[in-house]
Design a protein around this ligand. Structure first.
Ligand SMILES: [Zn+2]
Length: 99
């Protein structure tokens, strides 16, 4: 593949994600539609390319989020996730239970 397909870790995605989502995405969790695994965005594989970025499941390589920036808009394809869980703020070291 080409050199401009730059692979970074999920924390490196934080800057771009923070342009789009008004909460801390690296501590949000996504459940992969491909394999059912739930992971923090800080753990997923993040590929930056000139039109945007792709976040991939580390277990099955499913594209969880595809971000395309075109003509002043972000277009998000979220079809690789079955759900997204975001902390409500305050304490983020919960036990996995809803509070
Ligand atoms: Zn997966």
């Amino acid at each position: 593949m080409k050199d401009n397909d730059l692979r970074l870790d999920g924390n490196a995605a934080g800057g771009l994600l923070n342009e789009i989502f008004p909460f801390e995405m690296t501590t949000a969790e996504a459940t992969c539609r491909g394999c059912g695994t739930t992971r923090l965005f800080g753990e997923v594989m993040f590929y930056r390319h000139e039109m945007g970025a792709i976040l991939r499941c580390v277990d099955c390589d499913m594209a969880l989020i595809r971000i395309t920036r075109i003509h002043g808009y972000y277009r998000l394809d979220l079809s690789g996730m079955s759900y997204l869980r975001i902390a409500t703020g305050g304490h983020q070291h919960g036990t996995g239970h809803l509070q």
